[in-house]
Design a protein around this ligand. Sequence first.
Ligand code: FAD
Length: 311
Amino acid sequence: MGMNVQETLASPLVWHPQTPQEAWQLKQTYGTESIYISGGTLLRTFWESGMAAMPQHFIDLSTIRGLRELRIGEAGFLIGSQATLQSCRTNMLLQRHFPMITEAIRTIAAPSIRQLATIGGNVACYIGDSIVALLGYDAEVIWFDGIAEQRSLLMNWLQTGQGAKHDDKRLLLQMVLPFEEMEQETISSDEADKLSSQMKRFGAYHKVGRREGFTPSVATICINGRLTGSGVIQHIRIAVGGGQTVPSRLDKLEKEITGAIVDNQLLQHAYERVLQLYEPREDLFASAEYRKSTAANLIAAELWKAVRDDT
Ligand SMILES: Cc1cc2nc3c(=O)[nH]c(=O)nc-3n(C[C@H](O)[C@H](O)[C@H](O)COP(=O)(O)OP(=O)(O)OC[C@H]3O[C@@H](n4cnc5c(N)ncnc54)[C@H](O)[C@@H]3O)c2cc1C
């Protein structure tokens, strides 16, 4: 059945920019009457539930050239913001080098949604489940500010952008995942081989929801680190998020436990510091206290597993 004239006039106009500059210009022109749209899967939930009104102009980012690629670049592994969650999940290089990201994506929505939803949309909404895993790998983001491409650590980008409104929203182009390097520059290759054989990498991603399956997260954590042969933490990243909380790194805790041996005292310290440092938002389904203790238990348990598996 065709639309009548009134319906046609009320329907949003969809713009198809070819470059970030064109997309940016459209956003400047139409301001709050417009929105960037990638897969549209999250936005649709806002409109259907009445959480937000549908604006008059859609700026479709999927037509910008070159933003769907997943490839190795000079700075690390590059993920275009328009790559679908499904293409990320099935990418062999991402699976091999950054498995916690493919694991995080596995827990996002259902396969039919993942075919449309993009990783850029997941990150740009500030609360997506992939963010916690990306923080665990110290990801950077490349975004466009209207003049040039800017590069920042994802953790900084989240902090500065979380209060931003739709009209000044930054245009996310790519995520960059640095490849891990051992600190080997000053030692011989024999020593480096010996050191790396003694070193143990550990990592885990957990999303705890209210039930099994495609459910909003109560707490999501990612832990990624290295232990020496004697169980001393040589390097660690700890990221937390869940629900409506913008994910963050627990960088104070990371610094406090780097160089320390993982024992009961350290586990107790880590548990208590997560309760102090993590500030989740509560909602009707879970209190802030419950979210904190879930995250603290997950992190302490992963540290314990890392050293236990070592003995
Ligand atoms: C049934 C269902 C279940 C879901 N389950 C989960 C879940 O378990 N975990 C989860 O994290 N999410 C979930 N989602 C939410 C959503 O599907 C994902 O977060 C998805 O990755 C969003 O991507 P998108 O391309 O569809 O974003 P869109 O809906 O197109 O956009 C999301 C937001 O990001 C902005 N945006 C998009 N791309 C860019 C860009 N490149 N630069 C700047 N801003 C941009 C848009 O303006 C909008 O504000 C679910 C959604 C549905 C419908």
